[in-house]
Design a protein around this ligand. Structure first.
Ligand code: NAG
Ligand code: NAG
Length: 316
């Protein structure tokens, strides 16, 4: 049963491997030194987003009632779910909620099984397509292209996410929005944030924190993410996870800035060495990993605070 996905993995990785050799000149490589990020800062900035993202793997019913076992209990009581949807298939699960802790609206997207993801990035929808600028109007005429399959998935929930965020901001009188997601959900979360940045008032405090994100668009897309979201966008990568290295740069894909790279995690699931990686595709971080050493489990976690992303922690 694993043969098609393993086939995908083994056909895709050599392509990605060749990218640094063929895709870019040495002059363009980003080797800017990294700066350490303390575990305290990592937790204070990103733990809550990681916890909400983990909840997105649980069933909509469990999430709506905020009874999803450990993942919900770790966040605590008082969260009001505004909208929960998805079918764990064509439409990955997601929810929009109010977090009373800092009076914010949170949007969180689950990912997909990494074998499935690696097959999505390698299948017929591999090609870059023009950005749909219906909801992201300032992306017009900039040559922005994104992965067709990721964009299709974003479009399936974009309208309801936008609607639920607006409703939540109104009902709870808040102008703070935190968007997060893992894996395929990281790509969707990033597209959501571009949409929200465009559609909501300029005064809205929007942050985006994504985990194990695959490359989602071309160089113009990466530049657009930098311009629209800037330092409010953080992309956390874990050790030897292969997913952030696909689709390869060789065929035109490029990551935005904002990477935080976890270099090691101890046996308690706590990150022990974490760095911030200036610029796009920093060779000192995920981009520079040796492609012969990959770990699918690193895609799931643990990232820090023993947080892994899968439905295993949810009630049946
Ligand atoms: C673009 O996205 C909107 C929803 O945001 C959707 O209604 C429309 O069909 C999409 N356009 C294309 C060409 O896919
Ligand atoms: C909403 O929040 C603003 C700013 O925090 C405050 O000035 C206003 O009174 C609040 N409105 C309501 C209806 O609570």
């Amino acid at each position: 049963m694993f043969s098609p996905t393993l086939f995908t993995l083994f056909t895709l990785l050599p392509l990605a491997l060749s990218a640094p050799l063929l895709g870019r000149g040495d002059d363009n490589e980003n080797k800017t030194p990294t700066t350490p990020l303390s575990i305290g800062d990592l937790e204070s900035k990103f733990l809550r987003s990681a916890q909400f993202t983990r909840v997105a793997y649980c069933s909509s019913k469990a999430v709506t009632n905020w009874q999803c076992g450990g993942p919900c209990d770790d966040i605590g009581k008082g969260v009001k779910v505004i909208q929960a949807g998805g079918d764990d298939g064509l439409v990955p699960m997601y929810f929009v909620a109010h977090d009373p802790t800092d009076n914010s609206i949170v949007v969180a997207h689950q990912g997909t099984d990494p074998f499935k993801l690696l097959s999505i990035v390698n299948d017929a929808e591999f090609l870059l397509k023009d950005l749909n600028t219906t909801l992201i109007t300032s992306g017009k005429d900039k040559g922005i292209q994104v992965h067709d399959g990721f964009q299709d998935t974003f479009e399936r929930t974009a309208d309801e996410v936008l609607d639920a965020v607006k409703r939540g901001m109104n009902d709870f009188n808040t102008t703070k929005v935190h968007v997060s997601g893992h894996s395929l959900g990281a790509a969707i979360a990033t597209l959501d944030s571009l949409m929200l940045k465009q559609q909501l008032d300029k005064s809205v405090g929007l942050t985006t924190t994504v985990f194990g994100m695959p490359r989602t668009g071309n160089q113009e897309f990466a530049d657009f993410v930098d311009a629209m979201l800037g330092s409010s966008f953080t992309r956390i990568t874990n050790q030897n996870d292969p997913v952030p290295r696909v689709p390869p740069q060789l065929i035109g894909y490029h990551h935005a800035s904002g990477e935080v790279f976890i270099k090691s995690v101890d046996s308690n699931g706590q990150a022990t060495d974490v760095v911030q990686c200036p610029g796009q595709e920093n060779e000192n971080c995920g981009t520079g990993n040796d492609l012969k050493i990959t770990s699918i489990p690193n895609h799931l976690g643990p990232y820090f605070d023993d947080i892994s992303f899968s439905e295993f922690a949810c009630p049946l």
